[in-house]
Design a protein around this ligand. Sequence first.
Ligand code: ATP
Length: 262
Amino acid sequence: MELELRGLGHDFGPLTVLDDVSFSVRESEIVSVIGPSGCGKSTLLAIAGGLIAPSRGSAFTVGVPSAASLNPFTFVFQDAGLLPWRTVAGNVALALEDRLPSRRERAEIIEEVLERTGLRGFAQAYPKQLSGGMKQRVGIARALAARPAFLLMDEPLSAVDAQTRELLMEEFLALWLRDRVSILYVTHNLDEAVRLSDRIVVLSRRPGRVREIIDVGIPQAERGHPDVASELSALQHDIWNLLRSEARNADRELLSMERAYV
Ligand SMILES: Nc1ncnc2c1ncn2[C@@H]1O[C@H](COP(=O)(O)OP(=O)(O)OP(=O)(O)O)[C@@H](O)[C@H]1O
């Protein structure tokens, strides 16, 4: 299944946040969206997942999700949003309860995703007993349980510390290399963008317009290899050069808006 975004524009009242954004996410591709604060990245994701209707243009899919998919568009947010009164297994079950009546099938899927996300020994733990990284693993396990055709991820690693982020990136790539689910991935973090993505969509400051679409061109399986590290950091540097002035102006704009409210 592919996702096509054509000429997307969006206004919140008088505020135009996106303007003429077009790109696609092809089958089994990871596409990151990066851009200055407030340029409309989360709004774009919400439009892609059908949560918000765009003011202009369209977002549509080409092809049909696999019959096994219980929720073709599944979101993963910065905060895993776990229910504190449910165990890890109970939280993953949430993705299945309305969609899969068979208790036995649900138990099988839960066991499988917990195994794949390194959470097997934690099925009966409660969220308060878990670290931030483990909670985010549960969020990812819950998303995968629904066998999505598309994962829509909004800064999923931004709330964890640097070491955990590194580990989660490696684990996440290993999971993706097995499943190859299509992913639209919003991030502020250039390292995540170059390590994970097939392509990176760089947006301008608000209203977000496509400044450039960058093809990373190195297979994900090789991204952790020391030989490609310098190539990836050069790419990161190029993207930062594209973003620097936009980010500075966006920050000034946010600051002046904040002052106007004080
Ligand atoms: N429901 C809403 N109503 C009014 N304005 C909104 C709404 N949602 C977002 N905005 C505004 O639209 C702009 C874009 O927001 P959005 O969250 O999409 O940007 P972003 O690029 O994801 O931001 P950040 O990088 O800071 O997370 C911001 O100025 C925000 O304040």
